[in-house]
Design a protein around this ligand. Structure first.
Ligand code: AMP
Ligand code: MG
Length: 324
């Protein structure tokens, strides 16, 4: 077991973080989506340490983080006009582009594939880390494999204490859901994983409609695995049932409710309200799942949202959290 330190990002902690990465070690850091578990992207052994720390299946590639289009040219051998348009519109920000990888990116980072997923985060601490290191950083979400993605440093500590030497604590993440992943190798964007950027926004920036994933497009491999699941059983619950108080089982021991609509009827033993629109729900969702788990909830009713806009990404995560 190694000692895990949690530090605010400042000149000293960022210099230490860069030194750890240069030596092949791991650093957890905040982004505007969720916390990432980073390693030098050009270091195969460091990438394998990411898989080991997370308990991540080796067929699930990492996302490479860059500080802008110049660094992108070091990890992709062919940046398409479509990718340039999407980068202009959304970088830095929660958009990951799938492109042909360069020879410099080791197989361990991309799980043996020919493509690489790249994004340029907007969080100041993530950008500062990339700038100080001067190299791309491969980083999946900083949770143990299968668990809800971490949106605070405390979540990272809960999952990775003793497995990572340094967690940079930049406070709660503004987005709360993982990045939108788009295959940008062709003429039309193919959305492989939904996030806070909607299909409509991507089509508008691309100037062409979003294409459905064909047989040639690589599915985002992570979407095949069990994911986002807290230790409690998750039951998807329509808003109407929350409002009408139609959930008879709610008062039973070990039962909890995550909701955004006002609740009627039997009072649950444990509940957490995340009020506001779908974006607010997205921001608070993973933290709510983890809070329920920490409270010892065994059966968790979670209110659903309409399946459109950001709500599509929220429902994607919720369906996965509920399936086992
Ligand atoms: P995470 O940051 O934990 O959400 O993990 C990164 C996710 O990005 C993986 O689960 C994959 O689904 C996706 N991904 C990474 N590289 C690729 C790639 N080359 N092609 C398609 N999807 C990818
Ligand atoms: Mg993940």
């Amino acid at each position: 077991m190694i000692r895990t330190r949690v530090r605010r990002p400042d000149r000293n902690s960022l210099a230490d973080a860069a030194a750890i990465l240069r030596a092949g070690g791991l650093v957890a850091f905040p982004t505007e989506t969720v916390y990432g578990l980073g390693a030098r992207a050009f270091d195969a052994a460091a990438a394998r340490r990411v898989y080991a720390a997370k308990g991540r299946p080796s067929d699930n590639p990492l996302i490479v983080h860059v500080d802008g289009p110049e660094m992108l040219d070091r990890v992709s051998r062919r940046v398409t006009p479509l990718a340039r348009r999407l980068m202009d519109a959304f970088w830095p920000g929660p958009l990951t582009l799938v492109l042909e990888k360069s020879a410099a990116v080791p197989a361990a980072v991309v799980a043996g594939g020919r493509t690489v997923a790249v994004r340029c985060p907007s969080h100041p601490a993530a950008r500062a880390l990339l700038r100080v290191l001067g190299e791309p950083v491969a980083a999946p979400s900083a949770n143990r494999s299968g668990r809800p993605s971490p949106t605070t440093a405390a979540h990272v500590l809960r999952d990775l204490k003793g497995r990572v030497p340094l967690i940079l604590d930049g406070g709660p993440c503004a987005g709360g859901l993982e990045s939108t992943i788009v295959d940008a190798r062709g003429r039309r964007p193919v959305v492989l994983r939904r996030g806070t950027l909607t299909d409509e926004a991507i089509a508008r920036a691309a100037g062409v409609p979003v294409a459905e994933p064909g047989r040639r497009a690589p599915a985002a491999p992570g979407t095949r695995h069990r994911h986002y699941a807290p230790s409690c059983r998750v039951i998807l619950t329509p808003a109407a049932l929350v409002r009408r108080g139609g959930l008879a089982g709610l008062a039973a021991p070990g039962t909890g409710l995550v909701h955004r609509s006002p609740r009627a009827g039997a009072k649950p033993r444990w509940s957490l309200r995340v009020p506001g629109g779908a974006a607010a729900y997205a921001r608070g969702l993973f933290a709510a799942l983890r809070a329920a788990e920490a409270a010892g909830v065994e059966t968790l009713y979670v209110e659903t949202v309409p399946d459109r806009g950001v709500g599509r990404a929220v429902m994607d995560r919720l369906r996965r959290a509920a399936s086992r």
